[in-house]
Design a protein. Structure first.
Lengths: 517, 57
């Protein structure tokens, strides 16, 4: 263990402070809308801070660093695409404004307004599956950071993961979205300071020139050329632009715009936070490239020379001085907490409101109508909070088991996007077209959800047993980019073909946005 | 390899601009958002709940 007691003290003070804040937040929870979307009271700058924090978790830092370690500077394009698409969303209000105007708390709730309870159930189930799988690597990546940073032996990685999950679950259970907002803000400040000092020390201790020459010598031109790099190229660029636009429907991200005062604020937070998008990707990727150079220095004596998963935290743990190491670790722990509490809350909210509650409503044949407390005839508001808390615990247990035993077929970054596409692909039709194309109907929605989910699920299953895949289909297993891009196209086509063929038997429900701000 | 140096110059520029945008935006948002956060916590301590300021979309 290479961490000084003063650094540990900083981390403990932070954890104690957040638990205190969670206790205070508990008193503010009156109903399900307080618990899931903070009563829709978030103002612009607080909403931006919490949205940036959710998109910049410890897991993001880890998987971007892994990309930088493996591919050098080539993945920097991720940040540019993310910024460009967020500016477009902020300017046009694409999807965001209309969903906020409809006052939904979860994205599949829109399915019941526009389509049917059955579509909401299927969409909620797919979102829960995609979200849970997507989150599967979060705890283990966070734990690897702590183990690499502190110099603990690798055998401790699962124990650290369980301990961190317990802290997050207790905290999330106390205050819901209010707790999330408080930790997000703390992370926003702490992690930015950590980013700044981490980068300064990398540049002074290792140096830009050393990083460039080492990466260039070992990886060649593909470490800089995004088009020539086989992990990226034009197909990936096409897929990533597409998925970045539709990715706005990802529940943990969307829950911030849905928590804002009105549609105008929802749009504005996208515009402001887009300014941070390139930095959020590029800084940790640069750290990854620096870690690669660090592990190839003649003076390097560590054990992670070829391991992009641990090298970056190990480097930071060794080059940062006492005090700053504690500050960065507290910032990273804050990032771990803020992402986990956001995601746990988002997915448990979806499972309860869009899977369990609709099943109960179907069994009791209640009307498809939203009540004054925001429920839809299934569980009551109090029962929804109760079940949301229960699902948080169940999800955390699943994450601990999944993280300990599963190894993704490609990098963690690619795994996140493939699993996310299980849901994103269907959303091209159900939400993208559903909000803007008046002929989008229930049959089209079923087609979009099912066809869209097919590609990424198929990839994940085939990648587990590549020997059983025929030679002609091997290209779908070797690189996820093609499977992911195809599924986005299928999701859109499913809606168009399904709707056009059934317009008479299943007329589309109209939506009214005439008084939208 | 010459083409790669063109990419490198571009990425160096991106890294500098991205860092400036990131730290600048975070500083402004943190300063302005702190007031909103303090107000929210005050409301909570005062047991006023969260729905007092809700407005429709």
């Amino acid at each position: 263990m290479q961490l000084h007691w003063f650094d540990l003290l900083i981390v403990l003070v932070y954890v104690g402070g957040t638990i205190l804040a969670g206790t205070v937040a508990r008193s503010a929870i009156r109903g399900i809308s307080d618990f899931l979307v903070a009563g829709r009271t978030l103002k612009t700058h607080l909403a931006v801070a919490t949205m940036v924090s959710t998109g910049l978790g410890l897991v993001t830092v880890m998987y971007f660093a892994e990309e930088g370690f493996k591919n050098g500077f080539a993945p920097f394009l991720v940040g540019i695409i993310a910024m460009a698409t967020q500016i477009v969303i902020g300017k046009t209000g694409f999807i965001v404004s209309r969903l906020r105007h409809l006052q939904v708390m979860t994205v599949p709730e829109f399915y019941e307004i526009k389509y049917s309870r059955g579509v909401r159930l299927l969409g909620g189930s797919l979102l829960a599956l995609a979200g849970t799988l997507n989150m599967g690597l979060f705890p283990i990546l966070g734990s690897r950071f702590v183990v690499g940073f502190t110099g603990l032996p690798q055998e401790y990685v699962n124990y650290v993961m369980v301990a961190m999950l317990i802290v997050v679950v207790v905290y999330t259970l106390m205050g819901g979205m209010v707790s999330v907002v408080i930790t997000d803000f703390a992370q926003f400040v702490l992690l930015t300071a950590g980013f700044l000092f981490g980068t300064i020390f990398i540049l002074t201790e290792i140096g830009w020139e050393t990083i460039v020459t080492t990466v260039s010598a070992h990886k060649g031109a593909i470490a800089f050329d995004t088009i020539a790099n086989p992990d990226y190229g034009w197909i990936w660029i096409g897929y990533f632009v597409f998925v970045s636009m539709i990715g706005v429907v990802w529940q943990p991200e969307m829950s911030r715009p849905l928590s804002t005062e009105n549609s105008f604020v929802a749009r504005r937070i996208f515009l402001i936070q887009s300014l941070t998008a390139v930095g959020r990707a590029v800084v940790p990727m640069f750290w990854g490239a620096a870690a690669f150079a660090f592990t190839h220095l003649p003076s390097y004596t560590g054990s992670y020379a070829d391991d992009g998963r641990y090298a970056m935290p190990e480097m930071l743990g060794q080059i940062l001085p006492i005090g700053l190491a504690g500050l960065l670790l507290a910032g990273m722990f804050a990032a771990f907490m803020s992402t986990h509490d956001s995601y746990l809350l988002a997915w448990s909210g979806v499972i309860v409101r869009d899977v369990i509650s609709p099943i109960k409503a179907m069994l009791s044949s209640s009307a498809q109508q939203r009540g004054a407390d925001g429920t839809w005839g299934g569980l009551s508001s109090e029962r929804e909070i109760y079940w949301t808390r229960a699902i948080v615990i169940i999800l955390a247990a699943f994450l601990a088991i999944f993280g300990a035993f599963y190894t993704p077929p490609e990098t963690s970054f690619k795994f996140m996007y493939v699993t996310g596409t299980i849901y994103f692909a269907g959303c091209v039709g159900t939400i993208g077209l559903g909000l803007y194309w008046r002929k989008a109907n229930t049959v089209g929605a079923y087609c979009a959800l099912l066809l869209g989910a097919l590609g990424p699920i198929n990839f994940l299953v085939m990648a587990e047993m590549p020997e059983t895949v025929p030679q002609s289909l091997q290209f779908l297993v070797e690189n996820s980019n093609i499977a992911a891009l195809c599924s986005l196209v299928l999701g859109g086509l499913g809606m168009i073909v399904g709707s056009l063929l059934t317009q008479r038997s299943h007329p589309a429900r109209p939506l009214d946005f005439s008084d939208m701000k | 390899m010459e083409e790669a140096w063109g990419w490198l110059s571009f990425w160096k520029f991106v890294f500098i601009v991205a860092s400036l945008l990131f730290y600048g935006t975070v500083t402004v948002v943190a300063l302005k958002g702190a007031g909103d956060l303090v107000q929210m916590i005050r409301d909570m301590i005062g047991h006023r709940g969260l729905n007092h300021g809700e407005s429709n979309g």
